[in-house]
Design a protein around this ligand. Structure first.
Ligand code: BES
Ligand code: ZN
Length: 415
């Protein structure tokens, strides 16, 4: 219990890391005005001058040995710094309140705090033996075969004369796979109001908590030219992510039944404004569906920052799932370098889930600037820049995300 309480000192830690605050002992003045976690002050018997109960933060004027004690304590608990030293002392309650104001308001600091809390309090991801074994079957060759299959349709645009020709072909492949599985699997086409194209859902029913759902998905349409009139092979955008989800389904369907339900989606009509996923996420919310988290794969083939460097999109996504992604990468020794980036708009289907209140994560082929610039043209084909090793990495990520969430009780932390 003791450690748990102490571990809640996240805000102070964040503040400390956000500023060059941990002055060396030699330069430290006689008293250091500082913002510290109230719990830490309590614990070390250091008096607080002012406190904000809701935030759990206090203002104190620290003597060198007190500052050292906090630093020592935080280091002993695996943290550094431990407080934010201020440039000047705080004289009034109003000045303290003003300093606390941005923390109270800022959604981002709440989100950061949430991540921090989760990473401290949730059990760390530990590689599961059965999944490591399944990874032996993930290959660049198989990824290439799936991308070839999907990108050889002249177009997967949502409104061609037969916008479901590839949808039926994918469905047929899924049904073949399901036949080889012992698990309770359903495969459905989902009709939409705003497009003639259908989405696909494959579901592996959970054994213990079937109403708790983990989602992995990507869009099955492509686009090129005005009104989609040009050839639209969409090898990268998004045969690649669709292929990752197909392969994840194939391999997970050969494993044991998960505790939670896993749903695999291939969304219709993403390219004209997230149309398929918007209806699916809206309906899920209306039906009060318990979607624990949704991972989106949209473009995984072009390693614009070099092989195995990928971006984790930080808008329309959830800090605790981004954190899970980082943990999965190290626990399973996937060898990815993960950089943070943003689309700055709802660039893919994860935004549909996010806007309906569901947690999301989106690993992406590269930083936004170095992504494949041939997308939405007839030149988005398999070429010398395509890297199927890089792309196959995303299959492992999707599988580990699904497997970890579906066999644990991990959830978005509620503040
Ligand atoms: N694959 C892209 C999304 C994307 C682009 C993600 C760049 C990350 C970086 C997606 O298929 C797409 O084209 N989205 C549209 C927006 C959508 C709302 C129509 C886009 O980015 O223009
Ligand atoms: Zn696109």
């Amino acid at each position: 219990m003791k450690t748990k309480t102490l571990r809640y000192s996240g805000v102070a830690f964040l503040l400390a890391t956000a500023s060059p605050s941990f002055a060396s002992q030699a330069l430290m003045p006689v008293r250091t005005p500082a913002i510290v976690s109230s719990e830490i002050l309590d614990l070390l018997g250091i008096p607080a001058e002012k406190s904000d109960k809701a935030l759990g933060l206090s203002y104190a004027e620290l003597r060198p040995e007190q500052a050292a004690a906090i630093g020592h304590y935080m280091h002993a608990n695996g943290r550094c710094g431990g407080f934010e030293a201020l440039a000047a002392s705080i004289e009034s309650d109003a000045a303290f309140a003003e300093l606390m104001q941005p923390l109270k308001k800022a959604e981002t600091s709440r989100a950061l705090f949430a991540t921090h809390l989760t990473s401290l309090n949730a059990a760390p991801v530990v590689a599961r033996q059965d999944l490591l074994q399944a990874f032996d079957d993930v290959s660049a060759e198989k990824q290439q075969a799936w991308v070839q299959f999907l990108s050889s349709f002249p177009s997967r645009y949502h409104n061609t004369s037969d916008p479901n020709v590839h949808v039926r072909a994918i469905q047929a492949r899924l049904e073949e796979i399901a036949k080889t599985s012992k698990l309770p699997i359903t495969i459905e086409l989902i009709s939409h109001q705003r497009t003639p194209q259908k989405s696909i859902r494959a579901r592996i029913l959970g054994s213990k908590r079937p109403t708790e759902i983990v989602v992995i998905g990507g869009h099955l349409d492509s686009i090129s030219g005005w009104f989609g009139r040009e050839a639209a092979p969409g090898a990268d955008d998004n045969a690649s992510g669709s292929a990752n989800i197909l392969e994840s389904f194939r391999l997970l369907s050969q494993m044991a039944q998960p505790d939670r339900t896993i749903e695999f989606y291939w969304y219709a009509a993403e390219e004209i404004g997230l149309v398929g996923s918007a209806e699916i996420a809206r309906d899920a919310k209306a039906a009060n569906k318990d979607i624990v988290g949704a991972l989106q794969l949209d473009m995984t083939l072009h390693p614009g920052d070099g092989p195995f460097t990928l971006a984790s999109m930080e808008d329309f996504t959830s800090p605790w799932l981004r954190d899970l992604l980082v943990q999965i990468n190290s626990a399973y020794a996937l060898g990815a370098k993960i950089v943070g980036d943003k689309c700055n708009y709802g660039c893919s289907d994860h935004a549909s889930w996010y806007q309906n209140g569901y947690p999301t994560v989106m690993p992406f082929e590269s930083s936004f600037d170095n992504m494949n610039h041939e997308i939405h043209t007839p030149r988005d084909v398999i070429n010398s820049a395509s890297n199927f090793q890089h792309s196959a990495l995303f299959t492992k990520i999707a599988m580990a995300f699904a497997w970890e969430l579906a066999n644990s009780d991990r959830r978005e932390p509620k503040l």
